[in-house]
Design a protein around this ligand. Structure first.
Ligand code: PMP
Length: 362
């Protein structure tokens, strides 16, 4: 029996997301936080309580968690949808609205992978030489392809920079529903939903797009707890107007976030002092890493607003392999950006090991 013949063509040609577990001493490949953002004692009590009710399904609405997140983000609980990671919410959005799906490249690979999995057309627009949005090309492509969804990861993974706010705003305005002609009930030809993926917002000085949600009905903001010390919980949030939330909620699997994740996240969000101090440390370590990397001949680090640094190195694959041989795992991006590698900011000790090993190799 030929299983391949049974697989849908769009899935047959799909390459799975690259997420291997490679044994190493220093793991700086996946943009995780080096610190678990939870106080042991409080989470233990909360977990204990929840272990006794594991015979029950989780709260399908994640009521307590959404309420806390709403307070944190200064929106209403009705403006938030919870996902098993923000990956899942990307899946739900493309399932709900379909394509074309537009995004600049290079960017987070899941926008493309999920579009292909759902057999939706992808429109990829190259970033400009400063890794910022090429507004002219994007606007032209929007008019031509009329995408339903536009994904803008800012700060962008893997380049690390924020896109200029004015450029993002131009795209939101160019595709805003308010462009509808008076008396014309059809959606304007250029109407699109713009998803600003703020997975790395906590590491950036740029303003969030959340305050603009009231003004632009075509704006969606994505957030995740994965980068701030809770990647293992798998929790992401989609924030948008209620009409969008209600539509996407139709495709959400009823019990998508398990009860242990809900309970632990609630505890973590109640005590944000610890989380904030970890963020401060990661940001100051990013600055140190950048300064030190700039001093190494043959390496060009790119400025970052996120918890990782993209850098160019002559013979990058060799550098990646030799770092790994010394127990330091980073991300090989040479297939995406020529001669580029990406290192996640770790603890001060891990960063020092990375820098020392890198200096020895170069
Ligand atoms: N968006 C961006 C830009 C990311 O880099 C990632 C993780 N690499 C995600 C979303 C997904 O995060 P998660 O599913 O862990 O919430």
């Amino acid at each position: 029996m030929d299983i391949q013949k049974l697989v849908k063509p769009n899935i047959r040609s799909l390459r799975a997301y690259h997420a291997e577990e490679i044994p190493c001493k220093v793991k700086l490949d996946a943009n995780e936080s080096p610190y678990s953002a939870i106080s042991n004692q409080r989470s233990a009590i909360s977990l204990e309580k929840n272990l006794q009710t594991l015979n029950r399904y989780p709260d399908p609405q994640a009521t307590a968690l959404r309420k806390l997140m709403a307070k944190e983000l200064k929106v209403k609980p009705g403006n938030i949808l919870h996902g098993n990671g923000s990956d899942e919410l990307i899946y739900y959005m493309i399932t709900t609205f379909g394509g074309s799906v537009m995004y600049p490249v290079p960017t987070f690979s899941m926008y493309g992978i999920i579009s292909q999995a759902l057999d939706e057309k992808k429109i990829e627009i190259p970033l400009d030489k400063d890794f910022d949005i090429d507004t002219e090309k994007t606007i032209t492509a929007i008019k031509k392809y009329r995408p339903k969804l536009i994904f803008l990861s800012s700060p962008n993974n893997p380049t690390g920079n924020c896109f200029s706010s004015e450029r993002i705003l131009r795209i939101i305005k160019a595709t805003s529903f308010s462009k509808q002609h008076k008396g014309d009930s059809r959606i304007a030809p250029t109407s699109s939903l713009v998803v600003v993926d703020e997975a790395y917002q906590s590491f950036s000085n740029e303003k969030s797009f959340l305050p603009l949600l009231d003004k632009y009905r075509n704006l969606i903001v994505l957030r995740t707890l994965s980068k701030i010390g809770l990647a293992g919980l798998r929790l992401g949030f989609l924030i948008a107007n209620e009409e969008i939330i209600n539509e996407v909620n139709k495709v959400r699997l009823p019990f998508n976030v398990n009860s242990l994740s809900q309970a632990v996240a609630v505890e973590a969000l109640k005590n944000k002092k610890q989380m904030r101090s970890y963020l401060t440390s990661i940001i100051s370590e990013r600055k140190r890493l950048f300064r030190e990397m700039e001093k190494i001949d043959g390496i060009t680090p790119y400025p970052s607003d996120a918890n990782f640094i993209l850098f160019r190195a002559a013979d990058a694959v060799r550098v990646y392999k030799r770092l790994l041989a010394k127990g330091v795992l980073i991300r090989d991006l040479t297939g995406v950006i020529e001669n580029c590698l990406r290192v996640t900011v770790g603890t001060p000790g891990e960063n020092t090991v990375f820098l020392r090993t890198l200096k020895q190799l170069i």
